[in-house]
Design a protein around this ligand. Structure first.
Ligand code: DUT
Ligand code: MG
Length: 156
């Protein structure tokens, strides 16, 4: 499903040889924030992640994230809830100038082996605007009502 407006930015992608035959990343509902990414593991070689272990899972695609945007690779809540599978570095950051294969760093926080098969939807990718700021070092921070209070300073 892809209900994007005609004016939506375009995401170019390049399919790698081991992504041959995989469905494209897809928005599963009309209002989905993220497109699901699929595992490009071998057809006959599923990838088992043991409890407490992690694995870098290929997606089979290079993405050209449009200038001024990033992609965030996030866990799927169903995998997290049912199997304890999440992204270790969530949200993974895909830079707009990255031209390597997007990979998903999964960790198994469950108590059973989790087996990833080819085409399994393992994570979701959100395209989000980013701003690169100008960085300048100054001598003192401006005063605010909050000041340095944090970490629960306003109560529960
Ligand atoms: O979940 C992820 C996170 C990152 N990347 C790729 C795209 C990203 O643009 C690049 C670098 O990611 P990041 O900046 O998070 O890693 P780093 O440890 O800072 O590596 P680098 O020094 O290459 O920036 O790695 C992925 O494929 N999947
Ligand atoms: Mg980096």
């Amino acid at each position: 499903m892809n209900m994007h407006a005609p004016s939506s930015p375009k995401l170019n992608l390049i399919r790698l040889p081991h992504g041959d035959g995989l469905d494209l990343p897809s928005y599963e509902t009309a209002g989905a924030a993220g497109m699901d990414l699929r595992a490009a593991v071998g057809e006959g070689s599923p990838l088992a992640i043991a409890p407490g272990r992690r694995a870098l899972v290929p997606t089979g695609f290079i993405f050209e994230i449009p200038d001024g945007f990033e992609a965030q690779v996030r866990p799927r809540s169903g995998l997290a809830f049912k199997h304890g599978i999440t992204c270790l570095n969530t949200p993974g950051t895909i830079d707009s100038d990255y031209r390597g294969e997007v990979k998903v760093l999964l960790i198994n926080l469950g108590d059973e082996d989790f087996v990833i098969t080819r085409g399994m939807r393992i994570a979701q990718m959100v395209i989000a605007p980013v701003t690169q700021v100008r960085i300048e070092e100054i001598a003192e921070a401006t005063e605010t009502a909050r000041g340095s209070g944090g970490f629960g300073s306003t109560g529960v």
